[in-house]
Design a protein. Structure first.
Length: 518
């Protein structure tokens, strides 16, 4: 397949190279480039702002908007009619092709659209207009790791744009219709320089806010738990959760309940400020309504979190999040709950987060959020399939399944409730750990996936990014000033049929509950 990148000669950026290199990984692709006649460079003010942010916030030094003309000019010039043109110039493409893809950022064909979205306090939206898809564009809804830091937002948004282009090229079919509410899009407030002036002012205010956090004591994660007495938060709508105590040197997050031989446990991430990484800890929950202080049971040289503990084939297993090690590892309990051994590497050389298994029809699936280039770990959902727990694990044909910060990253184990399978997901559209959305699984197969948001879990006055229920224990986590809290109120709000919208419409699989469901 002959693919031509149509570029603005004054704006040859690193994210264009990310796309070219990813396309070149397929030996069937022949990559070339061409150049538009117009010149619309990123302004000196924008570049100065990005460099200032890197100094103030110690941002990454290989950003998506770095100018790298030599690497891109090394691409072969387009000499024959291409099959596909990817128009990154911000102007009308002039090269004829069977298919033309043009990315827009909140309605604007160029990176300045990201600045305009921030200036207008809009959710971020990437639309990929495709001349072969008259029904509408491909869409992605990136996360903004920090809306006050332009470089970080640009890195994440442009990384998601690369993923969306690759997905559209691979699938070569119109995107399914979606009724999901879309971000409001407006024109920039005046010329692009207005957006830059607004963004420049955020650097000073962000630095002041960081100092204020240090001065008054920062927020942290905490874990809440309760015995549900047969009626969960999803049934009652509101419930009070006790706060699990943490020592002064750490915070707790990502709770997973588990019962074994009549004893109840809560596994958590315990993040040590001194070690600057997370370990896996466990607390025992007694029948008298008390819980022990968590103690560490699994520690590695790298960060661990999200301790997904489950039983299968007569053994107790754990798949903790180990994105910092660029793998997904499987551990087996040799002396539960205190001793674990690393049994297998399920995926290697992938920075993947919050692996969440689902077992059905004798096979294994798992859902995970990967991090690519400068993206966050909140934007993207990948699904893998295997015949057995230890693999080999194979990519779902539609990966990335989703590029949507509000509906991608897992937030706990799958739940069977009211005859449905629900997938807790993190809503990170306006920041990390805002709330947990429960999505009904409508379709899951070798080439299809669909989910529908049906409800939202919140912790009153706090952020929340994990919800689990198992064996009579219900747990959440919350973000805020939780150090002296004794309990916290949580709520569940079902979504109306008007708000609840199918993310992807595909043929549904059997509505019966999967065998071996966790």
């Amino acid at each position: 397949m002959r693919v031509c990148l149509h570029l603005d000669p004054s704006r040859l950026l690193r994210w264009h190279l990310w796309l070219a290199e990813a396309l070149a990984e397929d030996p069937a692709n022949e990559i070339s480039c061409s150049y538009g006649s117009g010149r619309h460079p990123l302004s000196p003010t924008c570049r100065l702002l990005i460099e200032l942010e890197r100094l103030v916030f110690r941002a990454r030094g290989d950003g998506a908007t770095d100018s790298i003309p030599a690497a891109l000019r090394a691409l072969a010039p387009s000499t024959t009619a291409p099959d596909i043109v990817i128009n990154l110039s911000g102007e009308e493409a002039v090269i004829p092709a069977r298919r033309v893809l043009t990315p827009f950022f909140n309605g604007i064909p160029g990176e300045v659209g990201v600045l305009a979205a921030l200036a207008n306090n809009e959710d971020l939206l990437v639309e990929l207009h495709d001349t072969t898809c008259p029904r509408g564009p491909w869409t992605a809804r990136p996360a903004s790791a920090d809306r006050d830091v332009l470089a970080v937002t640009l890195d994440g948004t442009l990384s998601c744009a690369v993923l969306l282009i690759l997905k559209a090229l691979r699938e070569e079919r119109p995107p399914a219709a979606s009724d999901t509410p879309r971000p409001r899009m407006t024109e920039p407030p005046g010329p692009p320089s207005s957006a830059l002036i607004w963004a420049s002012g955020r650097v000073a205010s962000k630095a002041v806010s960081l100092l204020n956090i240090v001065a008054r004591g920062g927020k942290m994660w905490g874990v809440g738990w309760r015995r549900d007495e047969g009626r969960s938060l999803l049934d009652t709508g509101q419930a009070v959760f006790k706060v699990l105590a943490a020592d002064a040197d750490s915070y707790l997050a990502d709770p997973f309940p588990f019962s074994h031989r009549g004893q109840d446990f809560i596994f958590v991430e315990q993040f040590s400020y001194r070690k600057k990484r997370g370990c896996i800890a466990v607390a025992r929950v007694s029948r008298d309504g008390t819980a022990s202080e968590p103690r560490i049971v699994l520690e590695e040289p790298h960060h661990l979190s999200y301790p997904f503990v489950f039983e299968r084939d007569g053994q107790i297993w754990m798949i903790p999040e180990s994105g910092a090690a660029r793998n997904v590892s499987l551990y087996r309990a040799v002396e539960f709950p205190d001793r674990w051994v690393r049994e297998a590497c399920l995926i290697d050389r992938v920075e993947a987060y919050d692996c969440t298994p689902l077992f059905r029809d004798g096979g294994c699936w798992f859902f995970v959020s990967p991090k690519r280039w400068g993206s966050t770990s909140w934007d993207v959902l990948d699904v893998y399939r295997a015949e057995s727990l230890t693999g080999p694990w194979l990519h779902h044909a539609a990966n990335p399944i989703l590029i949507d910060a509000s509906l991608s990253r897992p937030a706990g184990a799958f739940i069977e409730h009211g005859g449905q399978i629900l997938r807790p997901v993190q809503n990170c559209s306006r920041g990390y750990g805002d709330a947990v959305t429960l999505c009904r699984i409508d379709a899951l197969g070798l080439s299809e996936f669909a989910q529908t948001p049906v409800g939202v879990v919140r912790a009153a006055g706090f952020g929340c990014h994990t919800y689990n229920r198992r064996s009579g224990l219900e747990v959440i986590d919350m973000f805020g000033r939780v150090g002296r809290l004794g309990d916290v109120m949580a709520s569940y709000e079902p979504l109306s049929s008007e708000v609840s919208a199918t993310v992807q419409r595909q043929p549904a699989w059997s509505s019966s509950m999967p065998a071996g469901f966790v």
